[in-house]
Design a protein around this ligand. Structure first.
Ligand SMILES: [Zn+2]
Length: 362
């Protein structure tokens, strides 16, 4: 029996774990005395369970060797529970996508992004109903976000403000998601191309003398693209100043590789002033094998300051237990400081077992 078939066979049962452990590169490295010095996390998006159920989740997270959690809400509750397990808590903050913000939608629909057809993302959201996006160009919108950040900073014990959806809507969806919405995005189409709100158009006109609404192929317009990158970058770096002044840290979930991030969502995150970055290196979204995780981490590292830690995001629902472990190794070998799992509740017992064996720390 060759190794591949053998691995396939033992994947099914826990009895195979010891045998698998003897075969993985991680355990070989461990035998040679090599250890990864990683810091690892999980995004937490499911808040429905009671305290005891949450404790059981945190116990699994802790036992696997993870160092902290990034809950998308209920920060105080998660802080209280995570303390029992000595896990860090980072406040995952959905920033510009405000589809759930009924106050804002009702009171300031004019602050939301507008596409190249002139349609507001409030009235005609792209792809899904919640794709209602605040425009970062408006000073009032910036202030609104800064106030939300202030609210997070009031909470004692948060390790970082963790920005997410800090970008434009996808002008092009990752290749795997296009059939989900029954569309082919072989180029940029006006209904997915943002932002052409009054604030963006007049600011651009003032700076460069042209109305971007009149561009025939706006995606080819270098200055217009750069302008859009900078609207988000400016907001992030403003937030960074505030967060640091309050003695805290700023982190962000971003699209994988700076190139993909710029092309798909106009997110130029390598220019951002972050304390750590969490690229969502979801290989299946881009029809890539698990080994691409390593290539993508290396690509990110090439554009990042050497001192900024990178925690490689992994999309567990489409990964086998072995793939998650392999992705960890690919990420670490290419300069990651650790991984971040999305989401914790998609990790099966097998996923946790394999990962805890791979993450030989110390
Ligand atoms: Zn705008």
């Amino acid at each position: 029996m060759n190794r591949k078939n053998f691995l396939k066979k033992i994947t099914a049962g826990a009895a195979g774990l010891a045998a698998m452990n003897a075969l993985t590169p991680a355990s070989l490295l461990a035998q040679q005395g090599r250890r990864w010095d990683s810091r690892d996390y999980t995004w937490i998006s499911n808040h429905a369970d009671d305290d005891d159920e949450s404790r059981r989740r945190l116990e699994k997270i802790k036992n696997a060797g993870l160092d902290g959690i990034l809950p998308s809400g209920h920060y105080e509750r998660w802080l209280r529970l995570a303390e029992e397990f000595d896990l860090d808590v980072h406040a995952w903050f959905i920033t510009l996508q405000r589809g759930g913000d009924s106050y804002l939608i009702e009171n300031h629909p004019e602050w939301f992004m507008v596409n190249h057809k002139g349609e507001s993302s409030v009235e005609k959201p792209a792809y899904v109903d919640y794709y209602k996006w605040l425009c970062p160009t408006r000073p009032e919108a910036q202030e609104y976000i800064m106030n939300k950040v202030d609210e997070i900073l009031e909470i004692d014990g948060i390790k970082s403000v963790h920005l997410d959806y800090i970008r434009y809507p996808d002008v092009i969806l990752p290749i795997q998601l296009q059939p989900v919405y029954d569309i082919v995005q072989d180029r940029e189409y006006p209904e997915y191309d943002y932002c052409y709100c009054e604030a963006c158009r007049s600011k651009f006109k003032e700076l460069y003398g042209e109305d971007p609404m009149s561009f025939e192929k706006p995606g080819d317009h270098e200055v217009w693209n750069r302008f859009r990158y900078n609207q988000v970058t400016h907001l992030v770096n403003q937030i960074a100043v505030k967060v640091r002044n309050r003695g805290n840290r700023l982190t962000a979930a971003v699209f994988p590789t700076p190139d993909i991030a710029r092309t798909l969502v106009r997110q130029n995150w390598s220019d951002w002033n972050l304390d750590a970055v969490f690229p969502m290196i979801y290989n299946h979204f881009y029809h890539k094998p698990v080994s691409w995780v390593g290539q993508a981490v290396a690509e990110c590292r090439r554009e990042m300051p050497a001192t900024t830690p990178l925690h490689c995001g992994l999309y567990v629902p489409e990964m086998t237990a072995i793939e998650v472990s392999q992705a960890y190794e690919y990420a670490m070998e290419n300069g990651a400081a650790g991984i971040t799992i999305f989401p914790d509740h998609s990790m099966s017992r097998e996923h946790w077992d394999y990962l805890s064996m791979t993450m030989v720390k110390g």
